[in-house]
Design a protein around this ligand. Structure first.
Ligand code: FE2
Length: 163
């Protein structure tokens, strides 16, 4: 799509975010099966369900701006992070080490999402798209909580209650 003004830039970035969430929603179920620690695999499964709702809410925002489902960008950065994750997971035989590698990769995904969401929430506010800003800020809080929970699992181990 041609970007001519701030609104176009916002829609282009929101389309990138839809691609990020779509890729994650598709990939997290498989990553959950690679985790050995039950708390970690449950956390990944739970975050997959949350990510599906994020994808749907972003889709609704795009539709309300009149952006068609077919105009989507395919976010190459998230493709690369997921490809690296698959490579990592395949290289590590020890289950505890693989879980540690998985957490590192999952936090890379969350940090990338958090960066995109932070930008978009602030752009939505500047553009006066208050509903978008509210939705994006809520998703941002979910991802920050997921990131903190991963840190908690990594540092404190098992049987932590989810956020
Ligand atoms: Fe997330």
């Amino acid at each position: 799509m041609q970007v001519n003004d701030f609104h176009d830039l916002y829609i282009a970035e929101l389309s990138e975010l839809r691609s990020v969430e779509t890729q994650l929603a598709e990939h997290l179920a498989d990553l959950a099966t690679q985790a050995t620690d039950k708390t970690l695999s449950n956390a990944i499964r739970t975050h997959r369900s949350v990510t599906q709702t994020h994808r749907d809410r972003i889709n609704t925002l795009l539709q309300d701006h009149g952006a068609s489902a077919g105009n989507g960008h395919d976010d190459a950065s998230m493709h690369a992070i997921l490809a690296e994750t698959d490579k990592w997971v395949g290289m590590i035989g020890d289950s505890d080490l693989r879980d540690a590698g998985l957490i590192a990769s999952l936090q890379r995904m969350e940090h990338y999402e958090i960066a995109v969401l932070g930008t978009l929430a602030s752009w939505a506010k500047k553009l006066g798209y208050d509903r978008d800003a509210t939705v994006l800020s809520a998703i941002l809080q979910d991802d920050k909580a997921a990131d903190a929970y991963l840190t908690d699992i990594a540092t404190n181990g098992h049987d932590r209650p989810p956020p």
